[in-house]
Each structure stands twice: as structure tokens, then as C-alpha cells.
Design a protein around this ligand. Structure first.
Ligand code: S6P
Ligand code: ZN
Length: 193
């Protein structure tokens, strides 16, 4: 009989989130090299270390046939002109997909595969986005409120953070003249030379 304790409570309270399950929190200091504007990042960190996002670790067994699901809350804000974002990752088991459902707020989901195919998909309340197998994914909060997302994926997918941490995504989502603009990431080009 599988151990089902990890589902308890969360299943009932998913719509509102729950404080019973611990959140994994990511502060700016833990992702300072991921933002393009290093000076802006240092300036913020001299004064404070803001929470950028948090998500639920459900403790689902990382086994074939199990689905892991949870909620991510991504705060509104910018580092320089780049919007707050998640670290982003490939799945270790590369050819596994994922579904995101935007519960509230607005933003973008950045997708990019190993061959360089990429797409930025807007996320709006109660719209779902499919992350195809083989695509790294990063969520970006382009709005003024918390971007709240439900996600579900195969629990044995695993996470490869290293590829994005070292190479970055090919594009950045920024604010230019009060508009959201997707621009090329100069740091990615330098890293790939
Ligand atoms: C897991 C899924 C999400 C992210 C979460 C945080 O496959 O995509 O749970 O883990 O949104 O993002 P990141 O990039 O720090 O894992
Ligand atoms: Zn994922």
C-alpha cells in the first residue's frame, strides 16, 4: 500500500494554499548571478534580501507512475529592468512534460529546448500552459501582484538546474518604456562562444 500522507491536507486546500506543508523559499541572494543587471542586484542586496518566490515541496515519492503537484508563488518586482523570475530548469529525465495553471496574477512562461527552440507564453488567471517534453521552463511575474501557479509533473522527472545556472536562457523578460519586452540575453551569447 503506498504511503499517502504527503497528499493529505494539500489536496483539500489547494485552492487557497496551506501553511501546513513547508514552502521552499528562494531569496535574491540565492539567485544573484541569474539576473542580467549585476549592479542593480548588488544594490538591492546591500539593503535587503527579498523573497523572490516560494513553492510547496510535497514529498511525493520520486517514482515512475506518481504525479507530483503543488503551488508556486512568485512575487512582483524587478532587478534592474528584469522581472522577478524562478531559476528555471530542465527536467533530469529530459523527455518529461509538465502543466502549469495560473491561479492568479499574470506573467510569462519561458520555454527553451536544447536545440534553441524557444517560446514565451503569457500566463493569465485560470489559463493553463503545457510545458512540452525537453523544454526548460521559467516563470516570470510581469504583473503587480503575486503570480500564483499550480503545477503537475511526473514525480520521477528530477531537476537539472545546472544547465540554466551556467548558460542562462537565450532571452530575458524585461520592462522597457513601461511595456513588457522580450530581449536577447547577451550573457547567454557570451557563455556560448
Ligand atoms: C517543478 C515545477 C515547479 C518549479 C517551481 C520553482 O518541476 O516546474 O514546481 O520547481 O516553480 O521553480 P524552479 O525553477 O526554482 O524549480
Ligand atoms: Zn519542472
Amino acid at each position: 500500500m503506498p504511503e499517502l500522507d504527503w497528499i493529505k491536507g494539500f489536496a483539500l486546500k489547494m485552492g487557497e494554499g496551506t501553511e501546513e506543508i513547508p514552502w521552499t523559499e528562494r531569496y535574491l541572494s540565492r539567485m544573484k548571478n541569474m539576473y542580467a543587471d549585476g549592479d542593480a542586484c548588488r544594490e538591492i542586496l546591500e539593503k535587503q534580501d527579498p523573497l523572490i518566490y516560494r513553492f510547496h515541496e510535497l514529498g511525493a515519492p520520486e517514482e515512475d507512475g506518481v504525479l507530483s503537484f503543488g503551488i508556486t508563488e512568485l512575487m512582483p518586482g524587478k532587478v534592474g529592468n528584469e522581472y522577478y523570475m524562478t531559476k528555471g530548469h530542465f527536467h533530469k529525465k529530459l523527455m518529461t512534460s509538465e502543466i502549469y495553471l495560473c491561479l492568479s496574477g499574470s506573467g510569462m512562461l519561458m520555454l527553451e529546448n536544447m536545440e534553441g527552440d524557444w517560446k514565451v507564453i503569457p500566463m493569465k488567471e485560470m489559463e493553463a500552459v503545457y510545458v512540452p517534453a525537453g523544454y526548460a521552463h521559467r516563470s516570470i511575474n510581469t504583473g503587480n501582484e503575486v503570480l500564483r501557479m499550480f503545477f503537475v509533473y511526473g514525480a520521477d522527472a528530477g531537476h537539472d538546474y545546472n544547465t540554466i545556472e551556467t548558460k542562462g536562457f537565450r532571452h530575458l523578460v524585461t520592462e522597457q518604456d513601461k511595456e513588457t519586452a522580450v530581449i536577447e540575453n547577451p550573457a547567454w551569447q557570451a557563455a556560448s562562444e
